[in-house]
Design a protein around this ligand. Structure first.
Ligand code: NAP
Length: 305
């Protein structure tokens, strides 16, 4: 039902990916408690069955575990999805060559010769963005990544990276940022509009607000762990109304609130990458590809924040 989305330089795919920060991460997500490796394998298979063709990982997720698991499942199964990974700019990573080294290590964990999309995870100092952009261009030119991009960049930062990549004639494929019904900054700042004008894909991370938009949490029953529980506390006045509206729309369509929240991201022209701990979550999220929100439903959701 969904129109395909095109990351520059890559084949078009359905407009929903899957995030795998959870696969191996104990600190925020509690890997090993309530879900384990076999669940991630089942999630991988369920996502593919549901039509998902992009897996998002990073070298830091589970300190390499997420990449290793994807590598195993990828080798064993058809069809082959697009795989995205990211380099973390640790403060001790100074040299330009570090990015290529990190990318090669990711490729070893993933058992691949090249990545589909490689991103700079954060624009943190001390290394200037221009230097990382040069390294991304090098990764592309050496054939280690079919496409390159960034994550967590504002518009001004994005323009700095685009300038360097343009000099190399390397397309800037994506900027992965937090975007969902409780995080509207990319709309307010004009980032989303500017990216769409340039054909750069906005990959929407935490599209379920780390679980808040699934409908199973409430202010009086927040997600486990201080980080997730406190993350959207600034919107606590709007959360009840948002959850109520999501639930009403979901009920009228006969789907789950998570699917409505993800569909909202899709119809904003972004590529959401919801994290899933198991097959049930992966399958449920893939259902967002099969529904359609009316203009009125979009407007109702839009108006809350
Ligand atoms: N570039 C970056 O800096 C950055 C930052 C953050 C994330 N990311 C990427 O974006 C992905 C998604 O973001 P996220 O993981 O932070 O948050 P998210 O996708 O908003 O939420 C994922 C969590 O929601 C719950 N959930 C997911 N689907 C569900 C369903 N159908 N029904 C019920 N509960 C469900 C699960 O947690 P519980 O079962 O515990 O409730 C799951 O771990 C990550 O995996 C990662 O790949 C990137």
């Amino acid at each position: 039902m969904s129109a395909l989305i095109q990351l520059p330089g890559l084949p078009p795919i359905p407009p929903l990916g899957i995030g795998t920060w959870q696969w191996g991460d104990k600190l925020v997500w509690g890997y090993g408690h309530g879900y384990q490796q076999s669940d991630t394998q089942a999630a991988y298979q369920a996502a593919l069955r549901g039509g998902v063709r992009l897996f998002d990982t990073a070298e830091v997720y589970g300190f390499g575990v997420s990449e290793k698991l994807i590598g195993q499942y990828y080798q064993a199964q058809q069809p082959k999805p697009l795989v995205v990974s990211k380099m973390f700019p640790y403060p001790w990573r100074f040299s330009r060559k570090v990015l290529l080294g990190a990318l090669k290590k990711s490729l070893r964990r993933l058992q691949m010769n090249r990545l589909d999309l490689y991103l700079l995870h954060w624009p943190w100092k001390p290394v200037p963005l221009e230097q990382w952009a040069e390294s991304l261009a090098e990764a592309f030119e050496q054939g280690l990544a079919r496409a390159v991009g960034v994550s967590n960049l504002d518009l001004a930062q994005l323009e700095r990276v685009a300038k360097v990549l343009t000099r190399h004639r390397v397309p800037l494929a994506a900027n992965q940022v937090e975007y969902h019904l409780l995080e509207r900054k990319p709309e307010k700042t004009g980032l989303l509009k500017a990216m769409q004008a340039e054909g750069i894909v906005l990959m929407a991370y935490s599209p379920l607000a780390m679980g808040w938009l699934t409908g199973k949490y409430r202010l009086e029953n927040p997600p486990p762990g201080r980080y997730r529980a406190q993350r959207y506390v600034m919107h606590k006045a709007q959360i009840p109304q948002l959850l109520q509206t999501l639930s009403e729309i979901a009920q009228s369509l006969g789907v789950a609130p998570a699917q409505v929240a993800l569909r909202w991201c899709i119809q904003k022209g972004t590529l959401p990458i919801p994290g899933a701990k198991n097959a049930r979550q992966a399958e449920g999220n893939a259902g967002a590809l099969q529904i359609l929100l009316s203009e009125e439903e979009m407007a109702r959701l839009d108006s809350i924040l």
